[in-house]
Design a protein around this ligand. Sequence first.
Ligand code: HAM
Length: 431
Amino acid sequence: MASFQTLPGFREFYPEDLARRGHIFRLWRQNAGTFGFAEYDAPVLEPLELYKAKSGDEIEGQLFNFTDKGGRDVALRPEMTPTVCRLVGAKANALKRPIKWFSIGEFYRYERAQKGRLRAFFQFNADIFGEPGVEAEIELIALLVQCFRAFGLTEQDFYVRLSDRNLWFYFLESLGLDETRTRAVLTAVDKDDWAAYTQKFGAPEPVLRAEIDRFLKTRSLAELESAFAASSSEAIRTRIADWRKLVAGLEAMGLGAFVQVDLSVVRGLAYYTGFVFEAFDKKGELRALAGGGRYNDLVKKLGGPELPAVGFAIGDVTTGLLLEQRGLMPTLVSAPDVYCVIGGEAERRAAFGDIHALRAAGYRVDYPMKEVAFGKQFKAAAESGAKLALIYGGDELAKGVVKLRDLTDRTEHELPRTQVLTTVRDFFSGQ
Ligand code: HAM
């Protein structure tokens, strides 16, 4: 039998759900604007090739892909990063740098169903292109933090874990690992699962595991500095200086309490080349709220020029769950400003003129579609959440007036029909 249910992992948005989603999108967009990011958009369906060997095995295995009627191999986008690299790469010379862009869109991954993970979800993506220094990371992490604080969340609720794939490479190199083994270790660390590594290279020696476990536990800049204190490598010294600059920058922005050094974050996506970070809820109950990092090679890999890049994406699912948990998701109803209570058919015609004039002036106005008793209409007016009721009764209209009731303090007075619009305007401009 045909099933008319939604597919697993896909959501329907009833008006209250869409209002909540809209609330999240509004604050993301508003904060991106205050940080000087410009909004862009792109197709949801892309050539499959865009994600092959670029996003990494995990995302590749989760693609919603098919062959279209023209025989093209296509995929619904699982993430924005390869797409935005193509956009920027194609016009890199014409764009003023640094390029600070953001977008809000839907993404698709064939994930196993679990709390906080769906198969269709929204992300807010913010990326900076053309800035190789940690100034870009500072700007982005500041925006990331602000995108949660804007909802009323505090350092008690969420934090950003900051890590560095460069340091992991330097560290594993110092232990004698080549690039292939290093990548395999990082995958094992990311998944907290050494099976794939063991299959390829044999079980890691206990000394190696112990060194890695120790490095994984790094939780502060001081610990990081001491881990490399004995190193004579110029690259490591420069890198530690970058770390100091990054942490100092975030502290100067007053964001120190929101950021935690945490070398256990390595990020599963294939293209990251430097600093990486993830945001989590403080209680550790939810999956990641956001993730990002530097990816200096991807624009070039996708046919563009050499262009350093760093960015992040916040997901709407875990963000929504966190806001609900903390009671920070407002109950948003699209209440009218004015509710019209209408006597009968003759009064309805009189009311229509005013209703239309008020709406054309930008006020949200509602009224009953059918003739119903006054009592029921007043109840509907009160329940609608409107601030004002306009009452069109036969007696009033015979005198050329309507009654205006303030639904908050329940006062009412009559006013000439000709003054409806100006009176409503005065009321709301004084609010
Ligand atoms: P990501 O870590 O794969 O990074 O995803 C970022 C965020 O999107 C996650 O932290 C999570 O909140 C949300 N998310 C991911 N998958 C799902 C899912 N199946 N259901 C619900 N939410 C999900 C990226 O996508 C990178 N492209 C981010 C980036 C931008 N890096 C640089 N620029």
